[in-house]
Design a protein. Structure first.
Length: 262
């Protein structure tokens, strides 16, 4: 294991651990029996995750902070480990109706939350400002984008995509959003939601941001993009039936394209 701050070392001592290989955040995640240590660059998302965990403690099912240290440009966040199965596990993927119902309930639980004093804001203006920085500093990868985002019929560059996003900003419907509402970030046990994890982008935002990323995650998990295994029986309409909402495809498109810049 890497060298750790004293405050963190005293909490984990000589426990055995595994490195987490799931996720695309670029952080190092160490899995202990009852704890998780997340090590990443000290940046806005790292600070956001700590603030949201502290604010939501006892209010929503999220990990609890055990210790937090920022040192040498790194953030070390030691938190409780939530027991449960990630939403992309076989037991849920094999039953699309059950899975979309659980995801819909997890979304609705966020939307019912009072955001009056929420310490973190992730509205479209803030995200566009961050995206503009990434574009200006040539930090956007085109390799991981959806197949039709760039090239023939799509955008010529992240800069052109960014300009389109500026010109097509949607009207926001503000709620508490997870910010990366994808199947690996939801833990269930049976029919019970055990926890939301990876909270670096959590805060107030448009409800369609979470819906868009949830929809994309479902599509790609069912078509085998991430795990290699394809599942039958999934239709996008299942999610919207469970949400009791008509899909706003323009907003879904917008937030998926916005996510391409991060």
């Amino acid at each position: 294991m890497i060298q750790l701050p004293f405050k963190i070392r005293t909490k984990i001592q000589d426990q055995h651990f595994q490195l987490d290989s799931i996720g695309l955040s670029g952080s190092q995640v160490y899995l202990f029996q009852n704890q998780i240590l997340k090590v990443q660059e000290e940046n806005e998302e790292a600070r956001n995750e700590y603030r949201m965990m502290e604010w939501l403690k006892g209010r929503l099912p999220v990990p609890e902070v055990i210790a937090h240290v920022c040192e040498g440009g790194k953030s070390y966040l030691l938190m409780t480990r939530i027991e449960g199965s990630m939403a992309f596990q076989e037991e849920y993927m094999s039953n699309p109706y059950r899975l979309t119902g659980l995801l819909a309930e997890a979304l609705k639980l966020l939307w019912q939350f009072d955001i009056t004093e929420c310490p973190c804001e992730w509205g479209v203006d803030r995200k566009l400002a961050m995206a503009g920085y990434w574009v200006a500093h040539d930090m956007v990868s085109m390799e991981d984008a959806e197949p039709d985002t760039y090239g023939e019929g799509g955008f010529r560059s992240p800069g052109e995509l960014y300009q389109w996003l500026l010109e097509h900003k949607p009207q926001e419907d503000l709620v508490l959003t997870h910010g990366d509402f994808t199947l690996p970030n939801l833990l269930f046990q049976g029919e019970e939601l055990k926890g939301y994890i990876d909270l670096g982008k959590m805060g107030t935002g448009d409800r369609w941001q979470d819906i868009a990323l949830c929809y994309r995650s479902l599509v790609h998990n069912y078509d085998g993009k991430y795990g290699g295994k394809k599942y039958e029986g999934f239709s996008p309409k299942l999610l919207f039936e469970q949400l009791e909402m008509e899909p706003d495809w323009e907003k879904i498109k917008y937030y998926i394209l916005l996510d391409e810049l991060f």
